[in-house]
Write a protein that binds this ligand. Structure first.
Ligand code: AMP
Length: 293
């Protein structure tokens, strides 16, 4: 059990990082919106294995919530998060900034990042501006913390690909690494938003993962009619009372539309669906599916 430092301003985190660097230590940043769960902790463990110091940020970023979304209702559980992080160990500092630290001139005057076309596909099609907001906050956090390593989850695969692109395109001096999706025993990807589900919805939610597995197994077996597979997966979701936003097979490297000749190991299936108050997302790389369990 190790108590992480609680840093609440940009200057506090800069001072801490400067002191570590002065001792030749490397620093990893794990950005989160809090309400911590095993998915977040798995990324912290990954970070601790690759850097001397781990900073986890907790910030519910207003600019990535689209009109009508759950910004106000998003679970903010700092006292519990601090206890979770202390019990887990391996995290040196929790950075919990105020809006004024992240957006010093306020949201209206803030510089905005405009991400390329991929940001308007898949999840971006129904959440206009979401990935611009994500990119803005990640860039701001990177500038404040100046880590050597940024650790993200493959659970949010489109986000990961867009942030990798942001880092490459702006020549940012940070490495990006990613960790696999941590799941409940029934396959449901762990997410803070799962707590919006009623008991009945929770019992139906694993169909999202099951539908992706079924689609992936068909592709591994040689099926290449992706449109048909996507439609069947959507039907399966609807039959369980989910409202599919999309199910799509894409190229895993860059999320481009897949070519028929691509081998399954180069592909990934991604899905999003509404279930009650929750919008659930998941993905499955076919490489992951083919690996022995
Ligand atoms: P969030 O707090 O939901 O913004 O997520 C913060 C980071 O945790 C992001 O990089 C997510 O991709 C990652 N993450 C969220 N859920 C999971 C999960 N179940 N497994 C692995 N990483 C996750």
């Amino acid at each position: 059990m190790s108590e992480p430092a609680l840093l609440q301003t940009a200057s506090q985190v800069r001072d801490a990082v400067r002191a570590w660097r002065g001792r030749g230590e490397s620093v990893a940043l794990v950005p989160t919106m809090g309400n911590l769960h095993d998915g977040h902790l798995s990324l912290a463990a990954l970070a601790a294995g690759s850097a001397d110091r781990v900073v986890m940020s907790i910030y519910v970023n207003p600019t990535q919530f689209v009109e009508g979304e759950d910004f106000g209702a998003y679970p903010r559980t700092l006292a519990r998060d601090r206890a979770v992080v202390s019990a887990a160990g391996g995290i040196d500092a929790l950075f919990v900034p105020d809006e004024a630290d992240v957006y010093p001139f306020g949201l209206q005057r803030a510089v905005k990042i405009s991400m390329p076309a991929l940001s308007r596909e898949l999840c971006g099609a129904s959440r206009p501006g979401h990935f611009d907001g994500v990119a803005s906050v990640v860039l701001r956090l990177l500038n404040i913390v100046a880590p050597d390593l940024l650790v993200l989850g493959r659970k949010d695969y489109q986000q990961l690909k867009l942030i990798e692109f942001l880092v490459a395109d702006l020549s940012l001096a940070v490495r990006v690494s990613s960790g696999p999706t941590v799941r409940e025993p029934d396959g449901l990807a762990i997410s803070s938003r799962n707590q919006y589900l009623t008991d009945d919805e929770r019992a139906r939610a694993p169909v999202l993962h099951a539908a992706l597995r079924e689609l992936g197994e068909a592709v591994l077996a040689g099926e290449r009619r992706f449109e048909d597979l996507q439609r069947q997966a959507c039907e399966r979701l609807r039959a369980s009372g989910l409202e599919p936003d999309y199910v799509e097979v894409r190229s895993a490297a860059d999320l481009a539309k897949p070519a028929e000749a691509q081998s399954p190991s180069e592909l990934i299936a991604l899905a999003a669906a509404k279930l009650g108050k929750a919008r659930l997302i998941d993905n499955l790389s076919f490489e992951e599916l083919a690996a022995p369990r």
